[in-house]
Design a protein around this ligand. Sequence first.
Ligand code: BG6
Length: 513
Amino acid sequence: MAAAVTQAQVDLVSLNERRAQERTPEPTVVVIFGASGDLTKRKLLPALFHLEQAGLLPQQFAVMGVARRPLGDSFAKDMRAGITEFGGVKDGDAKLDEFMRKVSYHQMNFDEREGYIALQQSLQQIDQEHGTKGNRLFYLAVAPEYFADIMKQLGDHKMAQPEQGTVHCIIEKPFGHDLESARKLNDDVNAVFREEQVFRIDHYLGKETVQNILVFRFANGIFEPVWNRNYVDHVQITAAEEIGIEGRGPFYESAGALRDVIQNHVMELLSFVAMEPPISFGAEALRREKIKVWRAIQPINVEDTVRGQYGPGKVKGVEVKGYRQEDRVDPKSSTETYAALRLTIENWRWAGVPFYIRAGKRLAKRSTEIAIQFKQPPQLLFKDLSGNCSDIQPNIISMRIQPDEGISLRFGAKVPSPNMEVCPVIMNFNYAEAFGTNSANGYERLLLDAMIGDGTLFAHREGVEATWALLTPLLQQWADWKPTGFPNYAAGTWGPKAADELLRRDGRTWRKE
Ligand code: BG6
């Protein structure tokens, strides 16, 4: 006998359908400025194609790459190659041919009026061919020096506020170089686009494991009561990479680790770990809580910071160059490829709990992780009985953002023996095992959200300025006080010795796996 369908099931089906509809964007053309760069073929086109495969794009959809080089047909070929190579898609995939028919290229100089007139004409033609109704998602994947020109031209040509259609604009980092330049960039953008049209992308916010920090904290009842200074000893956030600067010498020379990943990715992670529960999972509510965390971080004392730069070494058994030997890098460069900071958040929840953060290139292992280390129990009952196992160790919740995505809890367990021996053991949740899937690259979710107009997982003007306000004084001090002794760590190690000292003086050590 077929089971009767209950009203609750009917409601659930219609709710899911409604949600699916709400998550399907309106007809749109995605217009990528700077489309000849690596990002487009490695991340953006594969992500858009994944959305197409999942049936999440509207029927009426098109992508237009815009760049200065006359690429002609080679653009589409290159994008197809990117989708297969970086998107894990088979070249014979039936949907790929269909998708590629929606991809076109427009060559222009970003500062020339005529280029925008021609661009508008091409876009109108696309509207006619693909039914995209004048809706645009501009994606600025260009070097910062082109930002102001593009913004001005989009404004002058009424492309940001057209009479017909909805326009959203995604901006890639860097969102400025310091507080002043970030403000200027935000002013340039907001002179043309309303803030709710602007989506500042930080691809970390698109990662499932990053979003899961909030789920872990706020969808479970047992963690939040201990998530504070009464129980937490300290927090460590690590963003360790094995890769070097990947041919991006000129960019990295002007950036360094603090600007490249700490101001954005690491600060976002920190805000997710430290924020108060927002009143809803909405853009405004989340933004408020994140800003409160950043503003509560105390001015950074330069003595609580460490800079490093890698010299030659071996990563996974392969000899690699030092930073100063990389292509288009000053052989006397003082740019940091590693940074470690000790931060304190002066609020009711976190007063007295240090947050140690570190990020670096050419380290021993790729690992982005947040570790919450808890205080020891008040009485170490089994201390003298713990036999061969090392000392009784504190509990740690470790959230592995990547790779090997998951969460683990370390706790002490009794070793099977006639004695009361205690040994640390790990309880582990692994994403791939639990859900049979590895999480996507992050751009899928963010592109979809920007098309829909959902800014929850994007950086906002105020937040960007708050993190720069915190880091700019440190950058100034670093600039005035050049490091000596660079390079100070060999590629393939865990960074400079001074970083270990930063924790040792507090009686702590970095996690090493
Ligand atoms: C980028 C930085 O924003 O993030 C790169 O510019 C860095 O230098 C990258 O390698 C790290 O991203 P992921 O997703 O590989 O951790």
